[in-house]
Ligand binder design. Structure first.
Ligand SMILES: Cc1cc2nc3c(=O)[nH]c(=O)nc-3n(C[C@H](O)[C@H](O)[C@H](O)COP(=O)(O)O)c2cc1C
Ligand code: SF4
Ligand code: SF4
Length: 256
């Protein structure tokens, strides 16, 4: 079973590629996180978790979900992290997580995908992003083959160098960089409510037809990137930045 969590679509795409490559089904962790509770998941084949890197670690909402899930069937777990650069020492945290769940850690695959973090960084051009995705496809194919063969998965050492940052900057990021206060809407907002419905953190409520952020955001960039009218800004810096979402790269079925 392939389980994905994704803010702006990169990890969902990666999961769908692995689902095709392994013949397994892809299941949304976004829905499971949003729904809460203690889900039970059953699979005779390994559980394969696919998600983005947040501040050189697995996203907290994914870690908390995995802690809550009751796994039945296979005890093998593979992890795939998409990242614009570096997953740091995420393996350490995933191994620890597996121990608490009596899952056998089968390895972490790191896949370079476009940068989506417009709140903090400049983004690439659409053409550069398309090339990044095209380069990721053969990597995902190899990962699928390794999983199908039941072999352990290795992390590309080029994408696991920033170990110091995983331990020392992750906490700073969560405490000081995660504020949703700078989010605002422009008059392009139609009040459709999509941002509120899609937010896995339940951080957006609609008031008088406009989104209002509630202070428990994880900066996934989903609302920002997926708003149909591109009405969401983060402070003033994003005014000149693209509203990144994988779906805007417009690959259609061409990469399958
Ligand atoms: C809050 C946040 C933190 C991020 N931290 C990192 C990071 O530590 N290392 C990295 O290489 N990319 C980082 N990124 C980039 C994303 O991991 C990358 O673009 C990912 O593919 C996005 O996946 P998604 O579209 O499935 O949400 C970060 C992005 C966000 C939004
Ligand atoms: S998704 Fe965009 S247009 Fe719709 S309510 Fe949210 S900000 Fe407004
Ligand atoms: S409010 Fe925060 S957590 Fe919710 S969709 Fe927007 S960026 Fe993601």
């Amino acid at each position: 079973m392939i389980l994905w969590y994704s803010g702006t679509g990169n990890s969902r795409f990666a999961a769908e590629q692995i689902a095709v490559g392994t013949g397994e089904r892809a299941v949304s962790m976004n829905d499971l996180i949003r729904e809460g509770g203690k889900p039970e998941l059953s699979s005779a084949l390994p559980f394969v978790f696919v998600f983005p890197t947040y501040a050189w670690r697995p996203p907290e909402c994914v870690v908390e979900l995995i802690k809550r899930i009751k796994f039945r069937g296979s005890s093998h777990a593979y992890f795939i992290m998409t990242a614009s650069g570096d997953v740091g020492d995420s393996e350490k945290y995933l191994r620890e997580l597996c121990e608490t769940k009596a899952l056998l850690f089968m390895g972490l695959g790191a896949v370079r995908m476009p940068q989506n973090y417009a709140a903090r960084f400049e983004l690439a051009t659409v053409e550069e992003d398309r090339q990044t995705v095209q380069a990721a496809v053969p990597v995902l194919r190899e990962i699928s083959k390794t999983i199908l063969a039941g072999q352990p998965l290795d992390t590309d050492p080029e994408m696991a160098k920033e170990t110091f940052k995983s331990h020392h900057l992750n906490g700073y990021f969560k405490n000081h960089m995660n504020s949703d206060r700078p989010f605002r809407v422009t008059d392009r907002c139609t009040g459709c409510g999509q941002c509120s419905e899609q937010c896995v953190m339940h951080d957006i409520v609609m008031q008088d037809g406009r989104p209002v952020w509630q202070g428990h955001c994880n900066h996934c960039m989903s609302c920002y990137g997926n708003c149909p009218t591109e009405a969401i800004e983060f402070g003033s810096k994003t005014e000149k930045r693209p509203k990144y979402s994988f779906f805007k790269l417009d690959f259609g079925p061409s990469l399958r």
